[in-house]
Ligand binder design. Structure first.
Ligand code: CO
Length: 690
């Protein structure tokens, strides 16, 4: 092709001083946000970005994505890091390259629409802390959800990048909804809103190379702002799509450093640089510098994160994305959810039901949070619907969607489903047609009042306004009001390497051998036997109390028994009444049953993963148990309150969704065993009703 003229390459040209291309492709590096979000559950710590920060600043990226998306949530929740501080710290090392963040429109960096006052102040503070480019998207591509944030981005003098979430209903671009005209009309709408650049956000890796070519070519002709392609690797097509988009004249593409590349992340930068070397779209990057960065990442950073990589499958691509068009993250959520409910055998039914639910709900794109909304409802339908009735159990989020709280769907929602969902809906049975945030009351003042005395500045207050439960807990850690638990503290490279060594030894059987050699103490008459259920496995565990500290004297694995009654399948947001009406017989001894030979712990250090609390076990009544692991958001009831069957007792956050757990029976709350902010395991007793 004439516009890809080769220049004569010598070894010297590997370095930066090779002739500059006529129209270099600009590259945004995503390693420090989408890279670790995709591969390592967003657990990347600021301290692990610093070893390469200055070198990455020298590469010549158009921008580096370093913030937003899930980072704000995971940092304060799991890493005990102040999200605002990350921007300021990185800015001290990365001085030339602009910073980019992922902004979920009116959802900001959360999972629901926030009120306008919170949205405005959040964007302003992000800009003031050092954010330069605001990559803004809305899960429904409803740009009314941009109307509040865009003027603030602009008035702060920052770059507004408008996204179009890329989705399909057909195997390839086309059909009645998501066709070329749809994408062109969205690009024009973004241009009219003042977009400084337009991003095709292909979160599931669905864009096929020749469709990427068609869309980019058409957009370049139709609108003025630069066109940017963000395509996840999940399906395996993204590197091919990059190349076709580059041929079509795309201005910017997203990629990551090799250790952060592929799987559900993005294609790597290094092969792209080599593929374009010497062409008129040569990036101009120094491949040797990229090599040096890689070496540091591999040696000093990756050992700390390797254990988070999902390497259960040989393939690094997900063929299911090609077959079912479900984003990689959504797929693993669905599988986890079914596994939780012992219903993994229903996965084929879920695949079949998913497109029906999506169609009923207005053919919405599948991206956070709509992917969860559609996914959870699909599982509910598969588990609970029968020949006579569909949508037997509708989640709160589907009701919100039907009300219009997320925005306008691509095609109208199935009227029958909508009517059923809105029956008795607290905001009203008639859906809204206005911009969703217009029905939301201001939130900032109230949040500021609530967090008075703990929050020190506006950034603390915003953190609390966005995440009241985990935000408050983080501020307590931050200001030394509470000690941060061990699991949120960073791990050193030495620790990480030691752990890997241990895993290696365990796999080689060396640890097991040692354990076998330990002689068991003789059994005494104090021996008590406990039945312990771990998923499908049942263990009879003898506990012999010696000197006040329980030790395991024998442990025998028995054939798998059916799940205990209280583990009966219950979907997210739903609760199946347990078959038994009283709590399991509790040991009379004051100590909690010890299922593992752990060293005695001080009673005060309540571990979130501990066995059910003795308090619940000794109160007679019907337990309300957690249908899945999660975090307590709040209790709607207190001890002594009366409840009717089905009334909400506690709100549990699981898989990024809030689930109202209803009372399994009518009665009085006899015990509340947890508090707001506590992490709970599946089947933990959360309250007892009698
Ligand atoms: Co992404």
């Amino acid at each position: 092709m004439s516009d890809h003229t080769q220049v004569v390459m010598t070894d010297m040209n590997y370095a930066k001083d090779r002739p500059k291309a006529a129209n270099p492709v600009k590259i945004e590096d995503l390693s420090l946000r989408d890279g670790h979000q995709s591969l390592f559950a967003t657990r990347g710590r600021t301290e692990d970005m610093l070893p390469v920060a200055e070198m990455m600043d020298q590469v010549g990226f158009w921008a580096m994505e370093v913030w937003g998306g899930a980072t704000f949530d995971t940092m304060h929740r799991f890493l005990n890091e102040d999200p605002w501080e990350r921007i300021r710290t990185l800015k001290r090392y990365i001085k030339k390259t602009p910073f980019s963040m992922l902004l979920r429109g009116q959802n900001l960096v959360g999972y629901r629409n926030y009120a306008d006052d919170v949205a405005k102040i959040f964007v302003q503070r992000a800009a003031e802390n050092g954010m330069d480019i605001f990559r803004t998207f809305d899960a429904l591509n409803d740009y009314r959800n941009f109307e509040t944030v865009v003027p603030v981005i602009k008035s702060c003098g920052k770059h507004f990048q408008g996204c179009i979430c890329y989705t399909l209903t057909e195997p390839r671009l086309g059909g009645e909804v998501y066709n070329l005209e749809y994408y062109l009309s969205k690009a024009k709408a973004l241009e009219a809103m003042g977009a400084d650049s337009i991003c095709i956000k292909d979160m599931a890796g669905l864009i096929a190379p020749y469709d990427a070519y068609t869309i980019v070519k058409a957009m370049k002709a139709a609108v003025k702002p630069p066109i940017h392609l963000h395509s996840h690797f999940t399906s395996g097509m993204s590197a091919l799509s990059h190349l076709k988009a580059i041929e079509a004249g795309v201005d910017i593409v997203d990629a990551v450093m090799a250790p952060y590349a592929y799987r559900t992340s993005h294609a790597a930068i290094e092969p792209l640089v080599m593929a374009l070397l010497g062409t008129n779209r040569d990036t101009g990057f120094d491949i040797r510098l990229l090599g040096q960065i890689n070496e540091i990442l591999e040696k000093e950073v990756m050992p700390k994160y390797r254990h988070l990589l999902d390497d259960t499958k040989m393939a690094i691509i997900d063929i299911n994305v090609l077959l079912h068009q479900t984003p990689g993250g959504m797929l693993s959520n669905l599988v986890n959810q079914l596994r939780e409910m012992d219903a993994l055998d229903k996965i084929a039914q879920v695949y079949a039901e998913l497109p029906r639910v999506r169609k009923d709900l207005g053919q919405i794109p599948l991206v956070t949070p709509t992917s969860q909304i559609v996914g959870v409802q699909t599982v509910n339908n598969v588990l609970f619907d029968d020949g006579n009735e569909r949508y037997k159990r509708i989640t709160g989020q589907v009701k919100d969607l039907c009300y219009g709280l997320y925005g306008k769907t691509a095609v109208p929602i199935n009227a029958e489903v909508q009517k059923k969902a809105l029956k008795g809906y607290p905001r009203g049975e008639e859906p809204i047609t206005c911009r969703p945030a217009e029905v939301l009351e201001p939130e900032l003042k109230k949040a500021q009042e609530e967090i008075k005395g703990l929050a020190v500045d506006l950034d603390d207050e915003i953190l609390y306004a966005l995440y009241p439960v985990t935000g408050k807990r983080f501020l307590k850690w931050k200001y030394g009001k509470e000690e941060a638990p061990a699991e949120v503290r960073p791990k050193t490279l030495e620790q990480a390497l030691k752990e890997r060594e241990l895993v290696k030894k365990a796999l080689a059987g060396e640890l097991v051998e040692k354990a076998k050699k330990e002689a068991a103490p003789p059994k005494t008459e104090c021996l008590r036997t406990f039945n312990v259920f771990v998923d499908d496995e049942y263990f009879a565990v003898g506990v012999d109390e010696v000197g006040g500290s329980p030790v395991i004297s024998y442990m025998q694995q028995l054939p798998a028994a059916p799940a205990a009654p209280t583990t009966a399948a219950a979907p997210m947001g739903m609760f199946m009444p347990p078959l038994r009406t009283t709590a399991p017989a509790a040991p009379k001894a004051p100590t909690a049953p010890a299922a593992a030979p752990a060293a005695p712990k001080p009673a005060a250090a309540a571990k979130p993963t501990a066995a059910p609390k003795p308090a619940a076990a000794v109160v007679d009544g019907t337990p309300l148990v957690a249908p899945m692991p999660g975090m307590i958001v709040s209790y709607s009831k207190q001890v002594g309150d009366t409840v009717t069957e089905g009334e909400t007792v506690v709100v549990l956050e699981a898989m990024k969704m809030e689930n109202a757990l209803p009372a399994p029976v009518a009665g009085t709350i006899k015990a509340i065993t947890r508090k707001s902010g506590d992490s709970v395991a599946k089947n933990d007793v959360l309250a007892v009703i009698a």
